[in-house]
Design a protein around this ligand. Structure first.
Ligand SMILES: [Zn+2]
Length: 439
C-alpha cells in the first residue's frame, strides 16, 4: 500500500485526484494505476481500469498464455489489488467480473463506494459468480489526508499550496472506520490477528500516519514503481530454492511440521520445505541451470554460513496459496546478497532494480502448508499453534508477530542444498532441474 500512497501523492502533485493503485502478482508489482479523470476529461479513467488494461495486454502478448490461463482475465485469480480509496461501484463490478483475488484499500468512498460504503458489489452474487474480500483501513489516514489536500486546493484555488509537511502531519479529525461495513469479524482476525480486535469493535484505525512515510512522500520519484511494472511478465516460474539437507534436524522438523499441518487442510499438496531465494529465473536449458548454481557457489564461497533462523510463525488468509502458513525467516546479509546477485544476473539483468527488489520486496520464508482455504477460524489457528509448539518443544509461541523464542532453537539451517526448481503447473508436477550442496 505504501507504493499506492506514493503514486497517489504523485497524482496530487500533478493536480489529479489523489487515488492510485498497484496490482501484485507472485509478490511482484506488475501494474499500477493513477486517476487521470482531470487530465483526460473522461469520467471513467479510474486508477483500477488503467491497471487492469495493462495486465490484460501483458498476458495476451505472451504467445502461450493459454498453457497457464484459459482466458487472459484468469490471471486475476492470482492477483491482489492495493488501492488508496475504496473502488467505486463501477470498478468494484469490473474487479468482480475479472475475478480479482483480494482487494486492500485505504479509505472508504462515501459517495460511490462499491465494497461496503454504499453497495457491497464485491459480494453480490447477482453481478457474477466471483466474489472477493475487500479490506479497508490500510494507511487510511494517509489516503484521507491526500484527498483533503486536493479538495482544499480545488476549493480555494490557492495559488501557493501549503507546505507538504504541514498537510501530511495534520493528524486530527478523522471519521470513524466502521470495519463491519466491509469485513466480518473473522476476516478481520485473519488479516490483522486477534490482538487487534479492539480496533474492529471501536471503529478505529490499525495504521497511523507515520513520519517515515511522510518523509518518503517528500520525494516525488516513482520511477522504481514504473520500472517494476514495466518488467516483462513471466508466467513460468523457475525458482532458486534453499532446502535443508535430508536427514538433518531442521529437515526432519520441517517435514514433520508440514505433514502434520497438511492433515488439517483438504487441498494441501505435499512439497519439500524450502526458502525461495528468487523466482522468475531465465532458464532455457541445462547450461543455464549449471551457470546459476555455479554462480551461487562462487558467491557463497567456502566460509559463508547462512545461519538462518525463524523470526515469526505466520498464519493468515491475506496471502496467496503459498504463504498461508509459514515461518518468516530472519534476513541476513548473505541471504540478501545472494538474492540480489542472482536476481541481477538471471532475472532483471539490471543492478538497480535487483537491489531494490532484494531490499524492499524479498521476503524470505518457509511455507508449511499450501492451501486455497481463505477462512481460518480461531480453532484452526489454535490447532496450528499447538502442533508447532509440540513439534518444536516450545510453549506459547506468538502468531503473526516476531517471536524471540525461535532464536534459541538449535535448528541449524546453516547451509543445505540450493536447487533450481521448475514450479510450473500443479505442485505435484514441479521438477528439480539441478541442485548443489552448499557445505
Ligand atoms: Zn472507480
Amino acid at each position: 500500500m505504501k507504493y499506492a500512497i506514493r503514486l497517489a501523492n504523485h497524482a496530487l502533485n500533478h493536480n489529479e485526484v489523489p487515488v492510485a493503485c498497484i496490482f501484485v502478482y507472485k509478490n511482484e508489482i506488475i501494474s499500477y494505476g493513477m486517476n487521470s479523470t482531470n487530465d483526460s476529461l473522461s469520467g471513467i479513467k479510474h486508477a483500477e481500469f488503467r491497471g487492469i488494461e495493462e495486465i490484460i495486454e501483458k498476458v495476451t502478448s505472451i504467445p502461450n498464455y493459454s498453457d497457464y490461463y484459459k482466458e487472459p482475465k484468469d490471471i486475476f485469480k492470482d492477483i491482489d489489488l492495493y488501492v488508496t480509496v475504496e473502488p467505486c461501484v463501477m470498478c468494484a463490478s469490473a474487479l468482480k467480473q475479472i475475478g480479482i483475488r483480494t482487494v486492500y484499500f485505504g479509505c472508504g468512498n462515501e459517495r460511490f463506494g462499491g465494497n461496503g460504503s454504499i453497495f457491497q458489489i464485491n459480494r453480490d452474487k447477482t453481478v457474477s459468480e466471483n466474489s472477493y474480500t475487500s479490506y479497508p483501513g490500510i494507511y487510511r489516514k494517509q489516503a484521507i489526508l491526500l484527498l483533503r489536500e486536493f479538495y482544499t486546493r480545488e476549493n480555494s484555488k490557492a495559488p501557493e499550496p501549503r507546505s507538504k509537511k504541514n498537510r501530511l502531519l495534520n493528524k486530527d479529525n478523522f471519521p470513524e472506520l466502521n470495519w463491519a461495513n466491509y469485513v466480518s469479524k473473522e476476516e478481520f482476525i485473519q488479516l490483522f490477528g486477534e490482538d487487534k480486535l479492539s480496533a474492529f469493535h471501536q471503529n478505529t484505525d490499525i495504521t497511523n500516519v507515520d513520519d517515515e512515510m511522510v518523509g518518503e512522500l517528500e520525494n516525488d520519484d516513482i520511477s522504481d514503481i514504473i520500472k517494476w511494472s514495466q518488467k516483462e511478465l513471466i508466467l513460468k516460474g523457475i525458482a532458486l530454492w534453499l532446502t535443508p539437507k535430508k536427514g538433518t534436524h531442521i529437515s526432519e522438523t520441517l517435514n514433520s511440521l508440514s505433514s502434520g499441518l497438511r492433515l488439517l487442510f483438504l487441498d494441501s499438496p505435499e512439497f519439500e520445505p524450502h526458502i525461495t531465494i528468487t523466482s522468475q529465473l531465465k532458464v532455457e536449458n541445462k547450461n543455464d541451470v549449471n551457470k546459476i548454481l555455479g554462480t551461487c557457489l562462487a558467491a557463497l564461497g567456502k566460509d559463508i554460513k547462512l545461519n538462518l533462523y525463524f523470526k515469526a510463525l505466520v498464519v493468515n488468509s491475506k496471502n496467496p496459496y503459498f504463504k498461508k502458513v509459514h515461518f518468516a525467516i530472519q534476513r541476513n546479509e548473505y541471504l540478501v546478497g545472494l538474492a540480489m546477485l542472482i536476481r541481477e544476473l538471471f532475472v532483471t539483468e539490471d543492478k538497480e532494480s535487483a537491489e531494490l527488489w532484494a531490499l524492499e520486496q524479498f521476503d524470505p520464508h518457509c511455507s508449511l502448508v499450501y492451501t486455497n482455504l481463505s477462512h481460518f477460524d480461531s480453532a484452526s489457528i489454535k490447532t496450528i499453534k499447538t502442533r508447532v509448539e509440540d513439534l518444536l518443544n516450545l510453549s506459547d509461541i506468538s502468531i503473526n508477530q516476531e517471536d524471540d523464542l525461535f532464536k534459541d532453537l538449535d535448528i541449524g539451517w546453516n547451509g543445505g542444498m540450493l536447487k533450481i526448481v521448475n514450479c510450473e503447473g500443479n505442485v505435484q508436477d514441479w521438477e528439480v532441474l539441478g541442485a548443489v550442496d552448499i557445505h
